[in-house]
Ligand binder design. Structure first.
Ligand SMILES: Cc1ncc(COP(=O)(O)O)c(C=O)c1O
Length: 365
């Protein structure tokens, strides 16, 4: 095919996509990356962190990106970490590590846990004890789920449907006393909660927290794929395998070839934004959440009081989501909870919120 023709075909395909910038995307936990991330990504396109001996410079940037996240989460000295493709890979890897470390196979987790845990449990032949809770998991209920068979607990810092945070402080104390690993899934909340006023504790400042997954490609504004798994100690050795073909002889993680571009870009975005930059982004999103709440209140539309920049609206969810889609709005849907979910990401501006509520009113009539 001629180059011109090929490019036309590709551009046409891209035109079919929704774009964050003219934001009708209200249900995604991703957003348009910061421009510096896009620029740096393209410069590192051929680098492979599955073989870091070939790319020591890129490896260095990955280490610096990890350091930023470790500092954000108050990781202790002696922590270990790996950059991943996102929350799913981080969660699966954490379950793998704790199964190896404990030789047990039961995981106690909230029913609101992300479906990546279902993948982890099936893949690793582990069993889940799912703890019910209205919008999050209470510590007292978690404790009841723990037994001699428990390999680890999972708590969520910003669950996917409601943005709620489990009672992590009390759960972490309990896990510490009972010598149970605790994995905190902060894939979404990790780049939000530290920047809130009166934020609850969820990170390594709690001595019972063993590991955390956090995604820079969500509220961290980095290009996809940019996840991190941070571990309190060097448990990566438990999943280390000998590599016979790469220049670097060991790997400890699910993937083989890994994009150095994602690491370099995440480093660029994080250091350009700094903690202050992220604080401003979170403040703006939370201000927009307040604006949305006001419009919903004025129109008598019922929602779950938000904790983060996720707003769940109680309604005939499947029908409403479908009708909104017809009008061009892409919202999140949780059929089992019968809610549509709006994620007020940085690309979601007030004018879109106002236009959305106008359409929501019409379809809810
Ligand atoms: C709480 C939570 N954990 C994990 C994930 C999975 O992240 P990813 O899609 O980057 O694998 C998500 C995605 O929305 C999430 O909300």
């Amino acid at each position: 095919m001629e180059k011109k023709e090929l490019i036309e075909e590709i551009e046409k395909a891209r035109e079919k996509d929704f774009r964050f910038k003219d934001s009708h995307i209200l249900g995604s936990m991703c957003t348009s990356p910061h421009p510096i991330g896009k620029k740096i990504y393209s410069k590192f396109i051929e680098t492979n962190l599955g073989d870091p001996e070939l790319f020591p410079g890129t490896k260095e940037l990955e280490r610096k990106a990890i350091e930023f996240v470790a500092k954000l989460l108050h990781a202790p000295s002696g922590y270990a970490a790996s950059m991943t493709s996102g929350g799913t890979e981080s969660n699966i890897t954490a379950m793998w590590i704790f199964r190896e470390a404990s030789n047990k196979n039961v995981v106690v987790l909230p029913k609101h846990a992300h479906f990546s845990f279902e993948k982890a449990l099936r893949m690793l032949k582990m069993k889940g004890v799912y703890i019910k809770g209205k919008y999050n998991m209470a510590a007292k209920d978690f404790k009841k789920g723990v037994s001699k068979e428990t390999c680890c607990g999972v708590a969520i810092a910003g669950n996917t449907t409601y943005g709620y945070i489990d009672e992590i402080e009390e759960i972490a104390d309990f896990c510490y006393d009972e010598h149970i690993f605790l994995h905190v899934d902060a894939a979404f909340g990790g780049f939000v909660i530290p920047f809130l006023k009166n934020a609850p504790k969820f990170d390594f400042s709690l001595k019972g927290v063993s590991s955390i997954s956090i995604d820079a490609h969500k509220m961290g504004l980095s290009p996809i794929p940019a996840g991190f798994l941070i571990l309190r100690e060097n448990w990566l050795d438990l999943i280390k395998v000998r590599s016979k073909c790469t220049h670097t002889r060991w790997q400890a993680g699910l993937l083989g070839t890994r994009p150095g571009a994602a690491a370099a870009a995440a480093y660029a975005v994080m250091h350009h934004m700094g903690m202050e930059g992220y604080k401003k982004v979170v403040e703006k999103c939370m201000d927009n959440v307040e604006y949305l709440k006001r419009l919903l209140d004025e129109n008598g539309i019922e929602y779950v009081p938000p904790r983060l920049n996720v707003v769940a609206i109680k309604c005939d969810a499947e029908r409403i989501a479908m009708e909104l889609k017809r009008r061009g709005w892409m919202v999140g849907l949780d059929e089992s909870e019968n809610v549509i979910r709006l994620v007020i990401m940085p690309h979601v501006k007030k004018k879109f919120i106002a236009a959305f509520v106008e359409d929501l009113k019409k379809v809810m009539r």
